[in-house]
Ligand binder design. Sequence first.
Ligand code: THU
Length: 158
Amino acid sequence: MKQDITISYDVFDRLEDLSPEDQKLLEAATKAAKDAYAPYSKFHVGAAVLTDNGNIIVGNNQENLAYPSGLCAERVAVFSTSALYPNQKIMAIAITAFSEQFVTDKPVSPCGACRQVLIEYEIRDNQPIRCILRGSTGQIFVFKSIHDLLPLQGNFLG
Ligand code: THU
């Protein structure tokens, strides 16, 4: 027997094509990327989380001379959200990045560890987390759930 996993996502060419809610979230992530502390990689990532109460919590990558001590933007944002608003569900996350050294014209996507962290909140809250991805320019990808970025983990969400 053989099975396939199919993942669908929406592709938008322009920021204005997104819903006003997603535009706002991506703009917050873009602003957050500018405040990243990324002196080593010079790769500035911004993330913005939307909760079911309408709060927007941003994060950006925080690097450290002891490299593994740093943290990705996505985890800064979701951990802050859970710390600040433990009873609010995470509805969506927007992620973007720019580099001081090259053009990021393709959507950036969360690393494996961040996907693992994100899906746990999706499972905890029984609420799919919409994931809006963009580089500094170019197309925007919107996934309806972290499950689509990490198939077979948290499978029961469907
Ligand atoms: N980084 C993120 O913040 N999120 C990602 O999805 C990929 C990588 C950060 C970690 C590090 O500070 C820099 O980008 C280069 O890898």
